[in-house]
Design a protein around this ligand. Sequence first.
Ligand code: 3H9
Length: 695
Amino acid sequence: MNARAAAERDGDVAVFTFDNPPVNALSHPVRVALLAAIEALEADAGVRAIVLLGAGRNFIAGADVREFDRPPLEPLLPGLLSRLEACGKPVVAALHGATLGGGAETALASHYRCAAGDLQFGFPEVNLGLLPGAGGTVRLPRIAGWQAAFEMMTSGKPIGIDAAIGLGIVDRHIDAELRAGAIAWAREIAASRMPPRRVSELPIPPSRPSQFEEFLRALPAAARRLPAPPRIVEALASAAMLPVDAALARARTLFLECVNSTESRAFRHLFFAERGAAPDRDLARPVNQAAVLGAGTMGSGIAISLASSGIRVTLVETKDEALETGLNRVHAAITAAARKGRLSAEAAAAARERVRGALEFEAVSGADLVIEAVFENLAVKKEVFAQLGALCLPGAVLATNTSTLDVDAIAAASGRPADVVGMHFFSPANVMRLVEIVRGRQSSREAIATAFAVTKRIGKIGVPVGNGFGFVGNRMLYAYGREKELMLLEGAKPESIDKALQDFGMAMGPNAVGDLAGLDIGFQVRREWAGRPDDPRFYRVSDMLAELGRFGQKTGRGFYRYDGPNGERTADPEIVDLIRGEAERLKVKQRNIQSAEIIGRCVLALINEGARILEEGIAASPADIDVIWCNGYGFPRHRGGPMFHADTLGLAAVLESIRGYAKVHGERYWTPAPLLVTLAGANKRFADWQAERSG
Ligand code: 3H9
């Protein structure tokens, strides 16, 4: 922190600059400096007004989230902001860029607010399992009203300059030269002898007695079960009913309850895990022109992401019709993004311009990056990479989007394996943020760094993984799916399994996911999988449905029926008989299976496989596994991912349950991973293992 407050003076206006890169978080030294500055400037007869400014790209991104895991250090933010608000000289906050959480609260504790056009003002605390704990719940409704306060704080979505002015949060839009404009305005305020305008002294807007109950009911069911959203409503209700100091104290108590909750720890864990440093950033090669091979759903999705982020793309297909369908899909998605306000009309037009189609393979020859998304078949991919190796620019990075095949075998076929990496996107690729970046045995550091750089540039999260069947995500999915398939044979209904796992927090149940993805896809992959367990029960139900042509949504039947007027999902009574017949054939005894067993077997299978993956070095850290499962497979974020969840359950308890399953279901699938045994024996967590390794 570079506290330039006392030093910087523009005549009788003092300028305090928050200068704590990269985002001006309100870390302890910043708070110390701000408190000292307020005291000094208030006492300084030469100062008539104070301007607060953020150095760099934003005003303040909020409290320093890292500090929440340590004992709090004085001055605490709520008290500091009350002190700021009490300052006897007018304080003008000059906002730009991210003005979030504690940063937004700092702005509200100031007496006047001006902002630049790039303002992003909001309360994202809820995404970290928290509530605005430094006066936001008490001050914002006094300016913006109850509804806006409720919406901003429970959605976590920031608003721009126009909305902030509309709600009365920002008084002035200063287009150019924010610093100079703010100083001039502060001087005007001082000259006109306008007194400090303290938000907490404004009257609290009236509220109906039922208002806060209605807010609670308006929360989505899943949010109502989390600690933060109902507490946000409670903090707002306290602001309506209690005097300011008591309401602030209540908000602080509620905030601390949130900080200490497992859910908030889980969200914070993911916040940092998703920002894990990309390797060798400086080795990344520039990518201006990309080519995507295959204009199917996956290839088009990748092309949309690239083009929307400023990269020119050639979409290559072999057949005219397929190419046209792909290009139409790309254009339609970009237009839809503009309609939803995610892209401006000009940005959408530019993105469409960046995509062109080609029917001849030679079109890849000018690309800096080629992403192959053709049919999932090793022979086909080898053929493609042999051609790419011969045609592409030296140094061009050649990426395969395979989800299960051997990247080294594909790389070898190219004749230039150092340039080859895996970039495993998830469908729909223009929406899903995860990309598994697969290191081949011979992938160069430059190729990997380039894949990471492009992934970040297109707004996605890259996670490094090693080359092995299914990499991290799909390999674990097989353990999870294996158990749900066994339980289907053992008598659990598809809808019971889905409900249990959705109640646990999964975005969708696995049977509904299978129907959505198409049961023929997995069937095909398993048929080609040399390492498939020699077990007639393994994925038997899914395979049987695929053999019957019940591919899921696309055929109107899979685990469920989709033949209602709107194609909605309904349980299919036939499925129970189909599965029972298969269970009898395989001599699997059916019984009643409770949801605790459904969750236990599916989630512990995930954890056990995750531990093996860590031991084998296929994933670099438990946090990487968590990022993959939360972003690619709908694992509940408030549980932090499977490995964080295992730490929460306690590894000794996890091990005991696995051993319990081994007794009932045999050791074949329930041999505990040696790493799990070692850690549980030493009373350690996966997080400890990670901390020891990173020294
Ligand atoms: C709060 O304010 C509670 C209060 O109500 C009450 C308190 C009593 N703290 O995202 P990026 C790091 S809760 C610590 O890649 P971008 C981040 O880890 C807070 N570190 O950049 C990364 O580090 P590294 C409410 C933080 O340009 C680096 O900064 N506020 C924080 O894509 C760059 O981050 C929020 O939840 C932080 N608050 O996006 C806002 N923020 O380089 C959280 C960032 O080592 N932040 N870092 O990997 C964001 O949403 C984005 O960072 C932002 C910039 C939009 C600001």
